[in-house]
Design a protein around this ligand. Structure first.
Ligand SMILES: Nc1ncnc2c1ncn2[C@@H]1O[C@H](COP(=O)(O)OP(=O)(O)OP(=O)(O)O)[C@@H](O)[C@H]1O
Ligand SMILES: [Mg+2]
Length: 242
């Protein structure tokens, strides 16, 4: 790993992820980090748990055990490992006679209980806390921009832009930051919608109302992936599979 990669921000951290469906252990103790700008490939035989890992990150499931962090913030946490710790410590307590050992085991149980509380808290409140932090970040960013703006008109324009961003961010969900891209265009794209409508839909759902901004974004995204703005009016079936 180069020095440059070392310094990059860790976007996603998966720690001891377990996802069980009853007795079936679809994902069992998986850990990895993804840094900003890095392309991360997860490879393995069919049924080894790749899709389940992705779905767990998207919080489609309540994970069984382990933690997932996004930009350093824990966004989901499971409690199985803590419950197992409690069970094991309680069992050991029955046979323990040394007072120091008993105290240690009791403290272990208390710690695991605190870990469960904290996991539940992070699981429930990560969305609202994430929105709050994002709003603070936007406020700081725009305060600085406004202070540096050359005149009153520029300051006012920035204030408006900031207010619009804050309005959208207020309802932001972590899920807006992490996306799953489905590979089969026939199954995943609505055949009755144009490319423009399909791309704009996500922005509209996120609360963007400015039509000009939406158009600009749609063209920007098309160009980013090697298409042109002329493609915006087409339907999915008007593209070749490649
Ligand atoms: N919702 C579910 N309920 C029960 N079992 C499930 C569920 N989702 C997946 N599984 C099982 O979990 C295991 C992992 O499945 P997963 O789809 O994550 O594998 P995969 O690595 O994505 O496989 P593929 O390469 O075929 O896409 C499989 O045994 C699968 O049958
Ligand atoms: Mg899969």
């Amino acid at each position: 790993m180069s020095d440059k990669t070392e310094q990059r921000e860790t976007l996603l951290r998966v720690e001891h992820l377990c996802q069980y469906f009853g007795r079936l252990k679809a994902v069992d103790d998986v850990s990895f980090d993804i840094k900003k700008g890095e392309v991360f490939g997860l490879v393995g035989e069919s049924g080894c748990g790749k899709t389940t890992t992705g779905r767990s990150i998207l919080r489609i499931y309540d994970i069984t055990s382990g933690s997932i962090y996004f930009r350093g913030k824990r966004i989901c946490a499971g409690t199985l490992s803590y419950n197992e710790k409690i069970r094991a410590a309680k069992k050991a307590l029955k046979d323990a006679s040394d007072p120091a050992e008993i105290a240690r085991l009791k403290e272990e149980i208390e710690q695991a209980k605190r870990d469960i509380q904290s996991a539940r808290h992070d699981h429930r409140h990560s969305d609202e806390e994430f929105a709050k932090e994002e709003m603070e970040r936007i406020r700081r960013e725009y305060d600085e921009k406004i202070a540096q703006a050359p005149d009153a008109a520029a300051k006012e324009a920035l204030r408006k832009k900031c207010a619009e961003k804050l309005r959208i961010t207020k309802n932001t969900r972590l899920i807006n930051q992490i996306q799953m891209i489905f590979q089969d265009p026939v199954a995943s794209l609505n055949p009755r919608m144009t490319v423009r409508e399909i791309i704009a839909e996500g922005l509209i759902i996120q609360g963007v109302r400015d039509k000009e901004y939406i158009d600009r974004k749609v063209y920007e995204i098309l160009e980013m992936v090697g298409l042109t703005r002329e493609h915006a009016g087409r339907y999915p079936h008007e593209f070749s599979g490649g």
